[in-house]
Design a protein around this ligand. Structure first.
Ligand code: G1P
Length: 298
């Protein structure tokens, strides 16, 4: 059976206010985690899940995202001539020719509006990936695709959050179906603490049937005065099923300073060429004994 999910939408028009002042002139999606921009990680995750068509919903001052996915023949020739093959591999553009589509949101009306802007290139179930979020398990989207193929339902990635933090996320009501799989029973965008249906959040990976586009067309501005994807999802839930898949791996919210620093440290620590640098920095700068000072000796 050929794979059903071949298109992914990447909303990359946001201002990145949490990362100002850097994002005055650098799109937040181009901020570098270790040695590659954030958007590289999500595109790689989509490639790993068999995606063949990459739709970027961009805004003003985001042209360098488009450039990033282009070839630079002079650079590639030079690296090849010098036999710097690992670097050559790293700079080779992906997706392949003709597989990336760039379109403009034009007005910052919210995540739901950004996804709706892709309507003319959506003709089948598709994925949406929020590039702020790096999943360390970059095979998770592939599992969501498999779950969609099994259930034919919309699929959302979930992560449990601290009940005090629910106001930052889309939150779902749910019933367990199998191990880490759930049936979604309700969705609400950024509820107040104490009013959330659970502590399970929408983490920023979605698979939708094309009907979401029709609903987005009629979705009024919601939380924060923006057209919210979660509101259209709640409308779709009234006549189509949603499966949830609980992500239990490490996740970095790189739209925040904390998540961005954690991603850099964690992914650099995994790189054999950088691990010693981090270990040395810790030895030189931290009083290791303080880490153990609260451990009680029996
Ligand atoms: C968006 C979604 C929200 C989701 C979150 C995940 O919010 O609207 O439902 O939980 O991404 O990161 P944002 O963080 O863009 O405000």
């Amino acid at each position: 059976m050929s794979q059903t999910i071949t298109t992914a939408v990447f909303p990359v028009a946001g201002f990145g206010t949490r990362m100002l002042p850097a994002t005055k002139s650098v799109p937040k999606e181009m901020l570098t985690v270790v040695d590659r921009p954030l958007v590289h990680y999500v595109v790689q995750e989509a490639l790993n899940a068999g995606i063949k068509r990459f739709v970027f919903v961009t805004g003003r001052n985001k042209q360098c995202i488009e450039d990033y996915f282009d070839h630079i023949p002079e650079l590639e020739d030079s690296l090849e001539a010098k036999q710097k093959l690992d670097l050559l591999e790293a700079v080779r553009s992906f997706p392949d020719a003709g597989e990336a589509i760039f379109l403009r949101q034009q007005k910052p009306l919210g995540l739901g509006h950004a996804v709706w802007c892709a309507r003319h290139v959506i003709d089948a179930p598709f994925a949406v990936l929020l590039p702020d979020v790096i999943l360390k398990d970059d095979g998770f989207l592939a599992r969501m695709v498999q779950l969609h193929e099994k259930t034919k339902k919309n699929v959302v990635a979930l992560q449990r959050v601290d009940p005090e933090q629910v106001f930052k996320y889309g939150i779902v009501g749910h019933k367990p179906t199998d191990n880490d799989e759930y049936e979604i029973t309700s969705m609400v965008e950024k509820p107040s603490v104490g009013y959330a249906p659970s502590d399970m959040s929408l983490l920023g990976r979605y698979i939708f049937t094309p009907e979401i586009i029709d609903l987005l067309e009629h979705t009024q501005a919601g939380k924060g005065g923006e057209i919210q994807l979660t509101d259209a999802m709640q409308s779709l839930l009234l006549h189509q099923g949603f499966s949830g898949l609980d992500y239990r791996g490490k996740l970095f919210d790189c739209g925040s300073r904390e998540g961005f620093i954690e991603a850099n440290l964690d992914l650099a620590y995994d790189d054999p060429a950088l691990r010693a640098t981090i270990e040395q920095w810790v030895r030189d700068n931290m009083d290791i004994s303080s880490l153990f000072s609260q451990v009680k000796v029996a």
